[in-house]
Design a protein around this ligand. Structure first.
Ligand code: SF4
Length: 144
């Protein structure tokens, strides 16, 4: 039994920028053996649902219409890290390619669907503080 931080949208919460979820049955099944702690760093940083899509451009997070939302993304990431530390989370399972939650690969800042190497703001903060991060595409790699 481990405590695992999980992107809330993967658990079916309608918290994406579009106002829907990214429900993933395989991620939900982790709850059979572990305690899942649902987080949405973008909501926790104060952003609404729905909200304009955003991508990381040169280290800053910008919406498609040019608003700088880096501070909100950082605030949400800090809140996620605090939760992970309070609950001594073993790891996090976060939504692939999101500008908050993505790990290893994110959208490249052009809003064209192109991807590049990199981490979302929350994923990077967790990794920098020693919390292993996996995406929903890497569940077989999780080590407890
Ligand atoms: S910030 Fe993370 S948890 Fe929230 S909707 Fe985006 S991918 Fe899902």
């Amino acid at each position: 039994m481990a405590n695992i931080i999980v992107s809330a949208c993967l658990l079916g919460q309608p918290c994406t920028y579009r106002g829907d979820s990214n429900y993933c049955a395989e991620v939900c099944r982790l709850a059979e053996q572990h305690t899942l702690i649902a987080v949405c760093p973008e909501q926790m940083g104060g952003l609404p649902v729905p909200r304009p899509p955003a991508e990381i451009v040169g280290g800053q997070v910008l919406t498609r219409d040019g608003r700088n939302v880096t501070a909100e993304y950082r605030r949400g990431a800090e809140a996620v890290l605090r939760l992970a530390q309070c609950h001594t989370a073993s790891c996090a399972v976060l939504k692939a390619r999101s500008p908050s939650c993505g790990k290893g690969q994110i959208y490249d800042g052009t809003f064209t669907g192109q991807k590049c190497a990199g981490n979302g703001i929350a994923a990077e903060m967790l990794l920098d503080n020693g919390v292993p991060v996996y995406t929903e595409e890497e569940l077989d790699d999780i080590q407890f």
